[in-house]
Design a protein around this ligand. Structure first.
Ligand SMILES: N[C@@H](CCC[C@H](N)C(=O)O)C(=O)O
Length: 284
């Protein structure tokens, strides 16, 4: 017997989709099994990540966002969900700026149009311990190879990323290579894997980069906001791109800028797909 009906919002950022639950007024009892059941595209609502809004524990924040991958694991950062939650909060308090709390830190966000949001995703972290890697290494050149992929750049955006530069992103068999790279022994917390093809000259005013992603615990998704941030940072570090670029994902484009203070600004769209109420078998 259900004790409480849980309304949800189905949202997405460039096709990277989320079930969003608001647990600010009532605590939610989530287990990895329940997350998996809700995220299941066969028997649940279906999503790449489950996002839960809770009361912030930091008085500077309007709310807190908890993020769970479809396999039930909790993660600290999600760029596309950050825009969605920021948009919800801005609408709710009729403001064009909000601050919200994540496990990766406090994030500032502001409206850039009716369904466009910019989020300061915080600093890109570049030390091997912060990715984290299993051993000391220059994060500009990780010594790993898989099929046609080699020599990625390691970046943490609050979650771990390995960015491989390639001549043709479409030609990479990401579905075959993604899982092995995600679980590579160099990544004790596993990693999100990006393949990136730089389309613009390095001296362009603004770069253009085609990027595909294999997300940790979710597989290939239509877009990954933190992956887009990591890709721009990796490309700029390698001298392949200016510090601002359009990152073209399967689901559309994000504008990413690596600011002089080390923070990464992500701007892109937000969409509400539908609303519903969780079946009591999914969240008893
Ligand atoms: N879709 C995300 C990232 C979600 C978390 C990621 N799969 C991880 O495990 O780190 C985004 O838009 O950033």
């Amino acid at each position: 017997m259900s004790e409480r009906a849980w309304p949800f919002l189905k949202m997405h950022g460039l096709g990277n989709d989320f079930v969003v639950l608001d647990a600010r007024a009532h605590a939610i009892d989530l287990t990895p099994e329940r997350v998996r059941a809700i995220a299941s595209r066969g028997t649940g609502v279906g999503c790449d990540q489950l996002v839960v809004m809770t009361q912030a524990t930091d008085s500077c924040a309007d709310a807190q966002m908890l993020i769970y991958n479809a396999d039930g694991s909790e993660v600290a950062a999600c760029g596309n969900a950050s825009r969605c939650v920021a948009w919800l909060l801005m609408k709710e308090i009729a403001a064009d700026k909000v601050v919200f709390q994540t496990k990766a830190g406090l994030l500032d966000a502001e409206s850039r149009g009716p369904h466009q949001v910019a989020v300061d995703m915080g600093p890109a972290r570049l030390d091997w311990r912060e990715i984290p890697l299993a051993e000391a290494m220059d994060t500009l050149h990780l010594g790993i190879t898989a099929g046609p992929l080699s020599d990625p750049v390691g970046v943490s955006m609050g979650n771990p990323h390995a960015v491989f530069f390639v001549d043709d992103a479409e030609a990479v068999p990401l579905a075959q290579l993604g899982r092995g790279l995600e679980h590579h022994a160099l990544f004790p917390e596993r990693a999100n894997i990006e393949v990136a093809q730089v389309l613009s000259p390095p001296d362009a005013d603004m770069g253009r980069i085609r990027m595909r992603v294999w997300e940790r615990s979710a597989g290939i998704t239509m877009a990954c906001g933190t992956g887009a941030c990591a890709t721009l940072v990796a490309a700029a570090r390698r001298g392949l791109s200016p510090r601002k670029a359009e990152i073209i994902l399967d689901g559309g484009s994000l504008t990413i800028e690596w600011l002089k203070d080390g923070h990464v600004l992500m701007t892109g769209p937000v969409a509400v797909a539908f609303t519903g109420v969780l079946d009591s078998s999914l969240l008893p």
